[in-house]
Design a protein around this ligand. Structure first.
Ligand SMILES: [Zn+2]
Length: 221
């Protein structure tokens, strides 16, 4: 880099500092080196317990401590830019674990139309769009949410399964398509399982990927 470019870059950095989307400290990039290194150190993509979930889902981080704070900030504090960081790791997890899978489409868990206003955005859709772009695959809205059911997080395992039953409807025929559903967290897997079941009814094969997974003794609840 020549001196002039270096000076320009420095002036830009001083006048218009970028802040790390996670810790909010001044940074050269949207995520500072400290935060990036920390996330790298706990990034351990794996297939989550498929017997419990009856689905094949890759997940990158255990949902606790900083990861819980980051996802909370992304979902509820209107920090959409955090999707840049989370989708980077989600993409790396998918590339590692699903390296032999031929994915045709990427999709997301839809939200009920009226609840979009309360949430401001569908976090699952934002993540899926970024992952699709990185994978070079089309993003498609494959499902519609036809009932506005209760929020899942306060319900028990069995209540969650009941609460999502028949809530999603496939929007078209997906015969012979392998679809990847992206979401932020897998807890009991009830929501993803219901989406998967509905897509399978219309002929698709389904894989799932989430940023984080929870470790719960859900069957005891
Ligand atoms: Zn940071």
């Amino acid at each position: 880099m020549n001196v002039l470019n270096w000076i320009k870059k420095y002036i830009n950095f001083v006048l218009f500092p970028i802040k790390c989307v996670i810790c909010n400290k001044k940074s050269q990039n949207y995520i500072c080196n400290n935060c990036k290194n920390y996330l790298k150190s706990i990034f351990k993509p794996k297939i989550v317990d498929s017997i419990r979930y009856e689905l094949t889902c890759v997940s990158c981080f255990e949902y606790k401590n900083e990861i819980r704070d980051i996802i909370h900030k992304f979902k509820f504090k209107n920090c959409k830019d955090i999707a840049l960081v989370l989708s980077d790791f989600l993409y790396l997890g998918i590339k590692k674990i699903f390296k032999d899978e031929k994915i045709d489409l990427v999709t997301f868990v839809p939200i009920f139309p009226s609840s979009q206003d309360d949430l401001k955005y569908n976090h699952s859709e934002i993540l899926a769009k970024k992952v699709a772009k990185k994978l070079g695959k089309p993003i498609k809205n494959c499902l519609k949410k036809i009932y506005n059911n209760k929020k899942q997080h306060k319900l028990s395992f069995y209540e969650r399964q009941k609460n999502v039953k028949n809530v999603y409807k496939s929007l078209e025929n997906f015969k012979n398509k392998k679809i990847l559903i992206c979401d932020d967290i897998i807890t009991t897997g009830s929501t993803l399982l219901e989406c998967k079941t509905e897509l399978e009814k219309s002929g698709a094969k389904v894989l799932c990927a989430t940023v984080a997974f929870t470790v719960l003794d859900i069957l005891d609840k």
